[in-house]
Ligand binder design. Structure first.
Ligand code: KET
Length: 465
């Protein structure tokens, strides 16, 4: 028996609070003489004193987890981890899409603090929510999405289940697809938010990509998108970003949305909307939901995942919802019952705090107005840095390159077109942390840093292949 085996067995015994009486090899740990007898190759027996004397067999020198390999860092959240480790004063975190103030500090909305104060004073309890979540939240979230007077709501054709923010809600929808539409492929835009593929992979749902971004125009490849949706087998599911497409910041125009809806309807496909930025694209909740509302107004059945991470700044509260807008109240009731059935063994029921904040803010007219004003303030600050970054790029770059795509993109991000090596240069040389697909979060930028960022982009663009 090796010393390592004896040590490991002894530590296990100590951790379980037992006193070791005798063994084959002895070693001293924390004043106790402990050791172990070898049984088979990887096991040892310890004689220990509990209420009665017992024999303990412990696997020692080979871990059961030996075959587990190191997972790669997450392409988005891993950037924040790397940022924390950098000691440079110049460092700038433009990785994750999280709003920062002009001082580059995280921001808790005033209206959120107000709702929390009200909740505390109201003495709400912490009992479990029902599996489908907080009723007042589910009502508020469907109304925000579709408009309170939407026919689908009035006709009870909306099945809403509170999820663990946007990600968890997408994951519930994906699990539902796996169970009820087996073998159906989900079509995802190329590029898309990095986690979409993981979500459908983990749910066992096959996916393919449709063209979306045209690097030549740094705009939407509308023809490519339409061709790929056209060629998808009838009845496929098409994942669409409701607004503020991540990572490109390029949305279809209202006219293009009509054509997309026409085609999806013709082909008997179903749209699955990911709405993570309602209010953050234009500053208006209604305008940002117009894509979804167009489909619903045509009587098309859709899935919609919602998130309150960005627009209410509730990132860590994990509040969102999955909505199935379907053809009848009867179908809605059955779909909802099955979504609950999927949720129950996964996480049982959702957290209450963030849901109460949303329900309070949306349900109280003064707070609702305050929220909209703060959302416009946040969206406005991002637009201001967007403009400044464009100005700096255009002034500093004497080559005449057209940087106007920065201004045309909307939402939190700018898709710079920088490739992986150039993005690496941004981080390694300039301490600008960003995702390797060339995306920068303008929500993490302030006016003071725009000139520095423009220098970094110009250097990376022209000096790195
Ligand atoms: N959809 C999209 C398109 C999206 O960008 C995010 C988050 C989510 C859903 C999920 O957010 P949640 O907090 O689960 O509601 N995007 C940012 C953060 C992340 O990657 O998790 C990001 O792209 O930086």
């Amino acid at each position: 028996m090796t010393t390592a085996m004896a040590s490991s067995a002894a530590l296990t015994a100590l951790a379980s609070g037992q006193e070791v009486l005798r063994s084959g090899v002895t070693q001293k740990f924390s004043g106790l003489r402990v050791a172990a007898f070898p049984l088979k190759k990887d096991n040892v027996a310890l004689y220990v004193k509990g209420k009665s004397t017992s024999v303990m067999s412990v696997a020692t020198d080979v871990s059961r987890f030996e075959s587990v390999t190191m997972a790669p860092a997450d392409p988005i959240l891993g950037v924040s981890e790397a940022f924390k480790k950098d000691n440079s004063e110049k460092k700038l975190n433009l990785g994750v899409g999280a709003y920062r103030t002009e001082d580059l500090q995280p921001y808790v909305l005033e209206v959120v603090k107000k709702a929390e104060k009200k909740m505390l004073e109201g003495g709400d309890n912490k009992e479990y929510l029902p599996i489908e979540g907080l009723a007042a939240f589910n009502k508020a979230t469907a109304e925000l999405l579709l408009g309170a007077d939407n026919a689908a709501i009035k006709e009870n054709r909306v099945a809403t289940v509170q999820g663990l923010s946007g990600t968890g809600s997408l994951r519930l929808g994906a699990a539902f697809i796996q169970r009820y539409f087996p073998g159906i492929t989900v079509y995802i835009s190329s590029p898309t938010w990095g986690n979409h593929k993981n979500i459908f992979n983990d749910a066992g749902v096959p996916w393919k990509e449709y063209r979306y971004f045209d690097p030549k125009t740094v705009g939407l490849d509308f023809d490519g998108m339409m061709e790929d949706i056209e060629n998808a087998p009838e009845g496929s599911i098409i994942l669409l970003h409701g607004c503020a497409h991540n990572p490109t910041g390029i949305d279809p125009t209202p006219d293009q949305w009509e054509k997309i809806a026409d085609l999806i309807q013709q082909k008997n496909h179903m749209a699955f909307f990911d709405v993570a930025y309602q209010g953050f694209a234009s500053g208006s909740l209604d305008d940002d939901a117009s894509s979804v509302r167009k489909f619903v107004a045509r009587g098309m059945e859709v899935f919609v995942a919602q998130s309150y991470s960005k627009n209410l700044g509730l990132y860590a509260e994990r509040v969102g919802a999955i909505n199935a807008i379907v053809s009848s109240a009867d179908v809605a009731a059955r779909v909802k019952s099955q979504l609950k059935r999927i949720a129950r063994p996964m996480y049982s029921n959702p957290p209450v705090h963030g849901a109460r904040i949303v329900a309070n803010v949306v349900g109280e007219p003064t707070m609702f107005d305050e929220w909209r004003a703060e959302m416009q303030m946040m969206a406005g600050r991002i637009k201001t840095v967007r403009q400044r970054l464009y100005d700096e790029l255009s002034t500093k770059d004497k080559s005449g390159k057209d940087w106007s795509f920065v201004l045309k993109q909307i939402g939190m991000f700018s898709f710079t077109g920088l490739n992986k090596a150039q993005s690496d240069n941004m981080t390694d040389k300039w301490h600008v942390y960003m995702t390797k697909d060339g995306r920068i979060s303008l929500a993490g930028l302030n006016l003071a840093k725009c000139a520095y960022l423009a220098d970094a982009i110009i250097d990376s663009y022209y000096n790195i292949q």
